[in-house]
Write a protein that binds this ligand. Structure first.
Ligand code: 4NP
Length: 206
């Protein structure tokens, strides 16, 4: 059995919101915690940015840090503005709402780069009622909790796993292994690498 990674490179993901002090640094922090917990941090490069540069250099909003910390996430990102070069530097640019989508799209160097832009909620599994991640900046505590609920739903989704392009090859053919999420697949691949066979059960950490 051979473990393969179609990309053989890191998956570079940039999360984008307006100010880069609430939603996108939290998305980065939650995703980072998840991949670290699964021991697959080497396979990802994560960052976040804002379309508005007014908070550049700032730590995430204290309300976001406090809500995230209560769930075990340490947010240490320093805000920066989204720039055209991000289209060259990242594989996926994941935005929080329609306004972010428009602002980010306007900076695309060429039309083909728009293929890299995704809406965050596209990856949600349990929140079909949300077509965007709502800006919590002028909201109360519930607004920040809702953002974290959405982020925790998204970061483990199967679509991110598909992006990563990992799989298993047994006797020259793909095995049909359906992991529930990215972390399951990475754990499975890690176990396979350690010599366990395809019967190994992998449970989701969620
Ligand atoms: P974020 O939230 O886009 O999730 O970081 C906001 C942060 C700051 C502002 C707006 C939204 N602001 O207007 O300064």
């Amino acid at each position: 059995m051979e473990v393969y990674n179609l990309r053989n490179t890191k998956e570079k993901i940039l999360f984008v919101c307006l100010g880069n002090i609430c939603r996108s640094p939290a998305a980065e922090g939650v995703m980072r915690a998840m991949v670290e917990r699964a021991g697959v941090e080497e396979q990802f490069e994560l960052d976040s940015a804002g379309t508005y540069g007014g908070h550049a250099g700032d730590l995430p909003d204290s309300r976001m840090r406090s809500a995230a910390s209560a769930r075990g996430y340490l947010l240490t990102h320093r805000a920066r503005r989204f720039r055209e070069d991000d289209y060259y530097d990242f594989d996926r640019i994941i935005v929080m709402d329609d306004r972010n989508y428009e602002d980010v799209s306007r900076l695309a160097p060429e039309r083909k780069y728009l293929q890299k832009v995704y809406r965050f909620v596209e990856f949600c599994r349990h929140h079909p009622q949300w077509s965007y991640v709502p800006d919590p900046y002028y909201e109360g505590r519930e607004g920040f909790e809702l953002v974290l609920d959405l982020l925790e739903d998204v970061v483990l989704s199967v679509r991110l796993m598909d992006f990563h392009g990992m799989g298993l090859l047994v006797d020259g053919s793909d095995i049909d292994f359906r992991a529930e999420c990215l972390i399951c697949l990475c754990k499975y691949v890690a176990l396979a690498g350690l010599g366990f066979d395809s019967e190994v059960e992998v449970s989701c950490i969620m």
